[in-house]
Design a protein around this ligand. Structure first.
Ligand code: 5GP
Length: 345
């Protein structure tokens, strides 16, 4: 066995911090001239979508219906967690939740349980969710491919985002299942401990660059999920080829996440934990299955108040990136943005 055969390539794989975006001559002197509203036609379901392609991650204390209500005012999306019931969806829809911006999340369920879920919503509202997110930590497993394929057959005109994967092989497998978009990211989430628990992971920027190239060949979209800690990271993800960027930690700690507040040393904090953490497993399944290790962390983050302040900052930051690279919108930004490697240590 050669040492070389133990590595897939000689490339160094990069995270967001390993690069910076270089400025170019620009005609946009003000952020006011930048429009982040983006129009997409989903490649398989043919859904027409228009909005700011940022999605609140399907995590407790992040992707609630209150968050969805707040974010849709900015035409941002929410992957509402799978722990919401059809009744929650019915209430949400009847009280003005937009299905353009609120996505329904599933893991590995049976197709019949999904049909029942949708039928219950349809019976009371006459509609079903427009876009679904199939989310598992490891998007390389067969039962996941089976349910996504079955769903696509049953619901040909519903948008499907599925993941997570981090390689061109993963993109190809999910494209064959009929997805509109692959969700990219393993080991890079802010509440994720997969890389230390299992040793598995892929630096997020390289994962997006490589998967976006593969997705372009398959004519499907990409969602960068995990590892964005600043608006600059979000801009880097778009430039690397993401059609959407999903955010967990950046949208945690807000009132709209409805988490408990904790008073510590005179300061208000809010809970944030990974969906594979012991805390999440105990909360949703009352136990940690004996064969499972926690792959997520629990933490307290300082209360960030109303999410609108954070959104204004994020969108302002991305608009500012656009002014540096002569781009009036995200599509131009993706085409014109270029990186340089930087030394991070
Ligand atoms: P963030 O924006 O916080 O960096 O990343 C959000 C993403 O982290 C989520 O969308 C999801 O893919 C991932 N994630 C959430 N909880 C966990 C967890 O407990 N373990 C792992 N491995 N990943 C998680």
């Amino acid at each position: 066995m050669s040492i070389k055969s133990k590595f897939i390539s000689d490339d160094l794989k990069l995270g967001f911090n390993d690069v910076k975006i270089i400025p170019i001559k620009s005609k946009f002197e003000s952020r006011k001239l930048i429009n982040l509203q983006t129009e997409y036609t989903f490649p398989r379901s043919k859904i027409k979508w228009e909005g700011v392609p940022i999605i609140a991650a399907n995590m407790d204390n992040v992707a609630t219906f209150d968050m969805a209500r707040a974010l849709q005012n900015y035409s941002l999306c929410t992957a509402v967690t799978k722990f919401h019931t059809p009744e929650d969806w019915i209430d949400g829809i009847l009280t003005g939740i937009s299905l353009d911006y609120s996505f329904c999340t599933f893991g590995i369920e049976s197709i019949s349980s999904i049909e029942t879920f949708f039928d219950s919503i349809h019976a009371k509202t006459n509609i079903i969710p427009k876009i679904v997110v199939f989310d598992v930590p490891n998007g390389y497993i067969k039962p996941f491919h089976k349910i996504v394929t079955q769903f696509r057959k049953k619901y040909p005109s519903t948008g499907i985002i599925a993941g997570n994967i981090v390689t061109a092989e993963g993109v190809q497998i999910l494209a064959d299942c009929g997805v509109d978009a692959v969700k990219i990211g393993i080991g890079s989430g802010s509440a994720c401990s997969t890389s230390s628990v299992t040793g598995v992971g892929y630096p997020q920027l390289s994962a997006v660059l490589e998967c976006a190239e593969a997705a372009q060949r398959e004519k499907i979209f990409t969602v960068s999920d995990g590892g964005a800690n600043t608006s600059g990271d979000i801009s880097k993800a778009f430039i690397a080829g993401a059609n959407f960027v999903m955010l967990g930690g950046m949208l945690a700690g807000h009132e709209e996440g409805n988490s408990e507040t904790v008073l510590k040393d005179g300061k208000i904090y809010r809970k944030f934990y990974g969906m594979s953490s012991s805390e999440a497993m105990v909360k949703h399944y009352n136990e940690i299955a004996p064969y499972r290790a926690s792959e997520g962390i629990s933490t307290l983050i300082p209360d960030k108040g109303n999410v609108s302040n954070t959104i204004d900052e994020i969108l302002g930051g991305i608009r500012s990136t656009c002014t540096y690279i002569n781009s009036s919108n995200l599509i131009e930004m993706r085409n014109k943005g270029k990186f340089i490697l930087v030394k991070t240590s």
